[in-house]
Design a protein around this ligand. Sequence first.
Ligand code: NAP
Length: 317
Amino acid sequence: MKKILITRRLLRENEDKASKIFKAELNLNDELYSQSKLLELSKDCDGILTSLTDKMDEQTINKLPETIKIISNFAVGFGNIDIEAAKKKGIAVTNTPDVLTDATAEIGVLLILGACRRASEGIENAKASNWKWSADYLIGKQLTGARLGILGMGRIGQKIAKISKSLGMIIHYHNRSKLSKEKEEGAIYHDNLKDLLSVSDVLSVCCPASKETVNMINKDTIEYLPKGAVVTNVARGDIVDDDALIDALDRRKIYAVGLDVYKNEPNLNPGYLKHKSAFILPHLGSSTKETRTAMANLAIDNMDEFFKTGNCKNKVN
Ligand code: NAP
């Protein structure tokens, strides 16, 4: 039986499944392991099931025992793992695509709605019974007819596009490669970021964090957006330069932001907290029972497939 380390708690039924297939080292206290503890616990293991809170950088990967052959990440994003360093060491890295698309897109749309319709201020005022209806009370931005720019029109981006189109939004997108007509479903392609931003009344960041996308939304690129645009990010905090975005909120260049992800989570930049127009969530993208169950099952199946066949369809390196 293969031995694996599972670095964070999973839902009970997933831990039971993993324990049936593998000799699974569980983290019943859901402790955040230090690098040294993770290395110590991975001794004699054949694989590690990681979460996005595990920073598997080059240094950590190089120190892993030679027995480790797979890192199965409990996420579709794998910005927390140096996949090249893993490849060099002969370690396969896998992720959990598709199963979290719907849940994450739902949060992506919630960010758009919450930011455009001033939900943070509304919730605060409603809870304090501190509001009086008037014709101009908490006037927000209507989605119907607004242009939605999707940066990263992959699985999640396409689902956000579908829902937002049904709300009457006009969909624009930028990827490095244009989608087929079938996948575009009428969305308008821009082959560069500047062109996308210049037509985005609302921006939805949906691309992965990578060396190419880090701080892609920054002081310079924010200026391409129309004045009063709304910026939302359901992908990864690394893609946005927080200081630049907060400065743009201060200057009212940006009307509102909707964020689920941050640099240095959970310590988000305090500059966001002073803005009532910041609709902020604590990284809830994939957080539904159905999705978390399916993600963990897939992360376990990825390991099982890899150990049985030496390969895995969700291998990313
Ligand atoms: P995906 O299907 O791989 O889509 C990513 C899209 O980004 C692709 O269309 C890709 O197109 C585009 N892209 C990649 N690099 C780019 C670049 N340099 N410039 C412009 N576009 C680029 O991934 P997904 O399943 O939709 O997931 C997207 C991301 O969402 C994940 O990587 C993860 O970080 C994040 N996520 C967040 C949560 C959450 O809890 N908030 C949950 C799940 C996922 P091209 O390759 O043609 O450029």
